[in-house]
Ligand binder design. Structure first.
Ligand SMILES: Cc1cc2nc3c(=O)[nH]c(=O)nc-3n(C[C@H](O)[C@H](O)[C@H](O)COP(=O)(O)OP(=O)(O)OC[C@H]3O[C@@H](n4cnc5c(N)ncnc54)[C@H](O)[C@@H]3O)c2cc1C
Length: 403
C-alpha cells in the first residue's frame, strides 16, 4: 500500500500543474475535440493556449526557458491531456522526444539554438524513424546522408508517418551515413533538420525537404501524420545531434534511448484515454435503464466496470513506476516496455468495454465514446507495437536474470 501510494503521490507543484491542466482540458479540449476530430482540423487555438501555459517546455530546463520539471510530472500532464483528446498529446509528444534528445545528447550550441524556442512552442519538433517499407525494423532504414566537400550532408530518402510532419520546424530524423556498416545500427546518424512550419515545399536553405499531403486516418485526427521527402536536402554538419565528431554513427543508440521515454509517454496516453472511457461508462450506465433499472445495477455491467477500473489503476501504477525509475536515474527499459504494453492494451480494452456499455449509442457520432473507439488503437502501434514491446521485455528479462 505504501509503495502504491508513493507511485501516485503528488508534490504540491504537481498538484498545481495537474489542476491547471485538468481545468484547461475541461474548458478548452473536451468541448471542442468533437469539432476538430470531425473536420480533421489542426486545433490551432488550443495549441496557442498550450504555448501560453508553458506545456511545450515542461521538461526543458529553466535556464533554457522551460519549466524544468521531471518525466513523472510530464507523464501526469500527458494523462490529463489524453483524457481530453489523444491528438493533443500527439502535438506535444514528438516535441517532447526532440527536446529530450537535445537535452541528453545535444551540443551546447544546439541546446542554445533550439531549446529556448522549443520551450515556448515557437518551434515544434517531429521525430522520424519510420519509412514506407519499415517501422519495427529500424535498422532496415534506407534514407541516407552523404557528406559534401563544403561541410554539409546531403540527405535523401522518404520517411513515413511523421506526426507533426507539416507544422513542425525541426525534424529529428534517423538516416544511414554508412549504409555498409555491420551491424547496420553503427552506421546510423540523427540529423536535426530544419524546415518552415506549415510549408509543403521548402525553399532557400531548406530546399529539398518536401511534405506531401497528410495521410488520411481512422482516428487520431487534427494532428497531422505525413510523409517527408528528402531530395538533396543540405543539412550542415553542425546539425548532427551531438555534433559531427561525437554524433556520427550514434543515431540509433540516441533514438532508442529517446524511445524509452516515448514509451512511458504513450503509456500515459493509454491511461488517459482509458480513464475517460471509464468515466463515460460510469455515467451512462447509471442513466440508461433496461428491465426496470439502471444498467449499472445489472451485475454483468458492474463486473465490466470493476475490471475496467482495475485495469486503469494497474496501468497508471506501471506507468508511474517507469517514470519514477527513469527520474531516479535507474534502469527503466523493461519497466517502460511493460507500461507501454499494458497501458496501450488497457486503453483499447477499456474503450471497447465502455463502447459496449453504451449499446447502440456507442456507435453514434453523438457520443464521445465513438471518437475514443477510433483513437485508442493507435496506441497499440506508435513507439513500437505490442509484439515489439514483448520482444523488448523478453530480452531485458533474460538479460537481468542470466544464469
Ligand atoms: C498515426 C501514426 C503516427 C505515427 N507517428 C510516427 C512518428 O511520428 N515517427 C515515426 O518514426 N513513426 C511513426 N509512426 C510509425 C509507427 O512507429 C510504426 O507504424 C510502427 O513502429 C509499426 O511499424 P509498421 O507500421 O511498419 O509495421 P511493421 O513493422 O511492418 O509490422 C507489421 C506487423 O508485424 C509485427 N511484427 C513486426 N516484426 C515482428 C517480429 N519480429 N515478431 C513478431 N511480430 C512482428 C508488428 O507487431 C505488426 O503487427 C506512426 C504510426 C501511426 C499509425
Amino acid at each position: 500500500m505504501a509503495a502504491a501510494a508513493q507511485l501516485t503521490d503528488r508534490t504540491d507543484e504537481q498538484k498545481a500543474i495537474i489542476e491547471m491542466v485538468r481545468d484547461f482540458v475541461e474548458k478548452e479540449i473536451l468541448p471542442n475535440a468533437e469539432h476538430y476530430d470531425h473536420e480533421d482540423e489542426f486545433p490551432a487555438p488550443i495549441v496557442d493556449q498550450m504555448k501560453e501555459l508553458g506545456l511545450f517546455g515542461i521538461t526543458i530546463p529553466e535556464e533554457h526557458g522551460g519549466l524544468g520539471l521531471d518525466l513523472t510530472t510530464y507523464t501526469m500532464v500527458v494523462e490529463e491531456l489524453s483524457r481530453g483528446w489523444i491528438s493533443i498529446s500527439g502535438v506535444v509528444n514528438t516535441h517532447f522526444i526532440g527536446s529530450y534528445l537535445l537535452m541528453k545528447f545535444g551540443t551546447d550550441d544546439q541546446k542554445e539554438r533550439f531549446l529556448p524556442k522549443m520551450a515556448t512552442g515557437e518551434i515544434r519538433a517531429a521525430f522520424s524513424l519510420s519509412e514506407p517499407e519499415l517501422g519495427s525494423d529500424v535498422q532496415a532504414i534506407k534514407s541516407t546522408a552523404k557528406s559534401t566537400d563544403d561541410g554539409f550532408y546531403e540527405v535523401n530518402g522518404q520517411k513515413m508517418w511523421v506526426t507533426n510532419g507539416l507544422m513542425s520546424g525541426l525534424v529529428f530524423v534517423l538516416v544511414k551515413t554508412d549504409p555498409a556498416a555491420d551491424p547496420p545500427y553503427k552506421g546510423m546518424t540523427c540529423f536535426i533538420t530544419e524546415k518552415e512550419p506549415g510549408t509543403s515545399e521548402n525553399e532557400g536553405d531548406w530546399k529539398g525537404l518536401n511534405v506531401p499531403p497528410k495521410i488520411k486516418k481512422m482516428g487520431y485526427k487534427g494532428v497531422e501524420s505525413t510523409e517527408l521527402v528528402y531530395d538533396g536536402y543540405r543539412c550542415p554538419a553542425e546539425n548532427i545531434l551531438g555534433g559531427e565528431e561525437a554524433g556520427l554513427g550514434q543515431g540509433f543508440t540516441q533514438m532508442m534511448d529517446a524511445l524509452e521515454v516515448g514509451r512511458v509517454n504513450v503509456a500515459a496516453r493509454g491511461v488517459g484515454i482509458a480513464q475517460r472511457a471509464l468515466e463515460l461508462a460510469l455515467r451512462y450506465s447509471q442513466e440508461r435503464k433496461t428491465f426496470g433499472k439502471p444498467i449499472a445495477q445489472h451485475q454483468a455491467i458492474q463486473f465490466k466496470l470493476a475490471d475496467m477500473a482495475t485495469k486503469v489503476d494497474a496501468a497508471r501504477l506501471l506507468t508511474m513506476r517507469a517514470a519514477r525509475l527513469k527520474d531516479a536515474g535507474e534502469r527503466s527499459d523493461l519497466e517502460a516496455g511493460m507500461a507501454k504494453l499494458f497501458a496501450s492494451e488497457t486503453g483499447k480494452e477499456v474503450v471497447e468495454d465502455s463502447f459496449r456499455i453504451h449499446g447502440g449509442y456507442g456507435y453514434s457520432k453523438e457520443y464521445e465514446i465513438e471518437r475514443l473507439y477510433r483513437d485508442a488503437p493507435l496506441l497499440l502501434i506508435g513507439e513500437g507495437t505490442s509484439e515489439i514491446q514483448r520482444m523488448v521485455i523478453g530480452k531485458k528479462l533474460l538479460q537481468r536474470h542470466r544464469i
